[in-house]
Design a protein around this ligand. Structure first.
Ligand code: SAM
Length: 272
C-alpha cells in the first residue's frame, strides 16, 4: 500500500486532488526514476492480484494486504516509520476523545488494521468494549502482536475477520460510535454502500460512524484499484439515502491530514 495520506502529515497540501495531465506525469516520472520503478512494481503486482481475485475487490485487497504485511505491517497500514504510526494513531484517538468518547462507550472500528489507533482505544475503553473488524487475516495477526506488546490482553478486545461490510455477526443497537480511518479511501463505492446500509442496524440511536476518504472535486477515480477518490456530495447522498444524517467534519479537515472526514449519524430514538 502506498503511504496513506497520514504520512504526509506536516505537509498539509490541498485537500482536493486534481488529476495531473499525462505530460505532467511523464515529466514527474522522469525526475523521480526510483518512484517510477516502485510504481511499475506495484502495477505489475496489482495486475497479477486483480486477475487472481477474479475482480472481487475484497479478495484483491486482502491479497494486497497479505503482500504488504509480509514486508512490514506498519507500512501496510500506510505509515512505514514507527514514529508516524504512533502519531497517526494518536491523531485518531484524540479526535474521538474530543468528540465525546467515554470509557463506558462501545466502539466499532471498521478496518482496524494493526491497531495503530486501536491499541489506544482498547487501553482507554472498559474491557470488552472495543470491536475491531478487518478483511485481512494477516493484519489481524499483526494486531494481536501489537496487543500483546502493549500488555492489553486483559482488556479483552474483539478482533474479527470479516468478508464483507454486512456486520452480520454484531449485535443490534450496540455501538455508541464507529470509526473507519483510511478504509473508504481504499474502497469502491459498492463496498461503501454496503457499509452505510448495515451500519445503522448496529449503532445505538443517535450513534455515529466517522470515516475518512480521499476527496476530489473533479472526476471520481481510482489508482490501481487501491486508492479511491470521491466527491463529498457522492458520499453524503449515499448516506442520506440510507436515512443517515451526513456532515463533513470541518475540525478534522483543518488538521494536517490529507484525507477528509464525514460523520454519518443514526436517527435518534423516537420520542415516547
Ligand atoms: C490503511 S489501513 C488503515 C488501518 C487502520 N484503520 C488505521 O488507521 O491504522 C486499511 C485497513 O482497512 C482494511 N480494509 C480494507 N477494506 C476493508 C473492508 N471492506 N472491510 C474491513 N476492513 C477493510 C484493510 O485490510 C486495512 O487493514
Amino acid at each position: 500500500m502506498p503511504p496513506d495520506a497520514s504520512t504526509r502529515h506536516g505537509r498539509p497540501g490541498p485537500r482536493t486532488r486534481r488529476r495531473a495531465s499525462g505530460r505532467k506525469r511523464l515529466l514527474h516520472a522522469a525526475r523521480h526514476p526510483d518512484r517510477l520503478l516502485r510504481y511499475v512494481r506495484r502495477l505489475t503486482r496489482d495486475w497479477r492480484l486483480l486477475r487472481a481475485s477474479g475482480g472481487d475487490h475484497i479478495a484483491f485487497y486482502r491479497a494486497v494486504m497479505r503482500s504488504d504485511v509480509s514486508k512490514d505491517a506498519n507500512a501496510a497500514v500506510g505509515t512505514p516509520s514507527q514514529e508516524r504510526w504512533e502519531a497517526v494513531g494518536e491523531l485518531q484517538f484524540s479526535y474521538l476523545r474530543s468528540h465525546g468518547l467515554l470509557p463506558t462507550h462501545h466502539l466499532l472500528e471498521i478496518g482496524c488494521g494493526n491497531l495503530r489507533a486501536g491499541w489506544r482505544f482498547i487501553d482507554y475503553l472498559a474491557p470488552g468494549h472495543y470491536y475491531g473488524v478487518d478483511i485481512s487475516p494477516d493484519i489481524l495477526l499483526a494486531a494481536q502482536r501489537v496487543l500483546a506488546a502493549r500488555g492489553l490482553q486483559g482488556k479483552l478486545p474483539h478482533l474479527s475477520l470479516v468478508e464483507d461490510m454486512g456486520l452480520a455477526h454484531l449485535p443490534e443497537g450496540h455501538f455508541d460510535m464507529a470509526h473507519a480511518h483510511s478504509v473508504f479511501s481504499h474502497s469502491p463505492l459498492h463496498v461503501i454502500d454496503e457499509c452505510l446500509t448495515h451500519i445503522p442496524r448496529v449503532l445505538k440511536p443517535g450513534g455515529f460512524l466517522d470515516f475518512t476518504y480521499n476527496r476530489t472535486d473533479d472526476e471520481e477515480h481510482h489508482v490501481l484499484h487501491e486508492d479511491f477518490y470521491y466527491r463529498p456530495a457522492t458520499l453524503i447522498a449515499l448516506a442520506e439515502n440510507k436515512g443517515l444524517t451526513a456532515a463533513p467534519m470541518d475540525d478534522w479537515d483543518a488538521l494536517p491530514h490529507r484525507q477528509c472526514k464525514i460523520r454519518v449519524t443514526a436517527p435518534p430514538s423516537p420520542s415516547p
